[in-house]
Design a protein around this ligand. Sequence first.
Ligand SMILES: NC(=O)c1ccc[n+]([C@@H]2O[C@H](COP(=O)([O-])OP(=O)(O)OC[C@H]3O[C@@H](n4cnc5c(N)ncnc54)[C@H](OP(=O)(O)O)[C@@H]3O)[C@@H](O)[C@H]2O)c1
Length: 390
Amino acid sequence: MAQERRRILIRGTGTVGYEFIRRLCLFTASGHPYFDWEEIIFDKRSPFEKNVPKIKQLQELIKEGVRPRLCTRKERVEEFKQIGLQPTYTLEEALERADVVFDATPSGGENKRLYETYAGDGRVFIAEGSEFKKKKQFGDIFVSGVNERAVLDNLQRGGQFFVVGSCNTHAIARNVLLIKKAFPSLPQEEIRIEATVLRRSDDPNKEQTTTSFSFSRFDEEYVEEGSYHAYNVLAAFRSVGDEGIKLRVTVAKLADPFMHCLLWKVTLPTRIPDARERFMEAVIADPFCSRTGYRQANIVYWESKEVKRFDVAPWLLRDRCYSHTIVCLPTVGTRVSDGKTVLEYCTFTPQDSNVILSNLEMACMAKNPDAFSTEEFHNLVAPLLEPREI
Ligand SMILES: NC(=O)c1ccc[n+]([C@@H]2O[C@H](COP(=O)([O-])OP(=O)(O)OC[C@H]3O[C@@H](n4cnc5c(N)ncnc54)[C@H](OP(=O)(O)O)[C@@H]3O)[C@@H](O)[C@H]2O)c1
């Protein structure tokens, strides 16, 4: 039995890092054994005055017990003090202390060399989404609901480097799961799944916004899969022995501040008259899938950020949509082409929140893989996913 890891360091307090730290602190206050961290440390790189209120809010989230502690690079400590923030540790001290390190910066891949110098004694390092490339891998991919079994096995065998799949990787994987569940009796290698991701170019909280549109260039690294998203989804399924999925994903980037949109075309091997109904049953049954009657990304974005439930404990307060994917109901339809049913529909991706629960799940798995149950974790966070109508 591996020793439990009890001290966590999260690097980066941006879109993903901040919300992850906030949720982790809230769950730690819940007292659930999956979250009984002895120490939570977070790393802030730049001593920006404008960030002070948010950092103070984080530090004050937990009134008793474990309080999140700030760290920064040694040479920055004095500058942080000047803006009224008191780092408890230098980054180097925090890296020495932590036995689980989350890199929620866009530089996970580059930071790996640093982490390797601390990797001697069973620490686990986790990076985010786009840091899982064919040629330059940070670690093995984790996509919630797909390959917990492979990640837990890996941890139990001493694996130390992992990547939590990106928001679109989660959305694509969830749609593959929906299609598998809707058509379980069809040979999956004969179902062709094609998706086009229309990516929003920036998060709405970013200072600079892109105003240009760009197609993804033909990516020679992903000739078969079309993009790293599909490569990552296939890698996650392959890690649990699921080899037969036929998936291709292409990408374009839009000057849109709202939500990623995905356009789906699923070609079934034969004519299935009730394909739409079967698909809708799978959508309704899936706890990680939301649905909306709105076609407009701005409305779905706005509604998904609304606080939707107040009747729960603070750590379960649903103040954004944590679902992996949101199916746009008015777009779901079928047609017949060459004697085969083609299912077409669109989805939205709750970009900056669908990976937060997966980060929490990955943290719990890394903390104590021997005591972790996927079912128990998913039941624990289930109230955060409700209601699923937008
Ligand atoms: N945004 C999303 O919705 C989303 C969804 C899924 C996955 N991801 C992935 O998550 C990662 C983080 O994305 P994000 O959108 O949260 O980024 P972000 O909002 O731009 O925030 C980046 C954070 O990382 C810090 N940082 C940047 N470079 C650093 C370095 N070299 N060393 C230490 N700290 C550094 C920044 O610190 P300072 O501000 O203090 O300089 C900032 O706090 C990326 O890999 C991204 O692909 C993002």
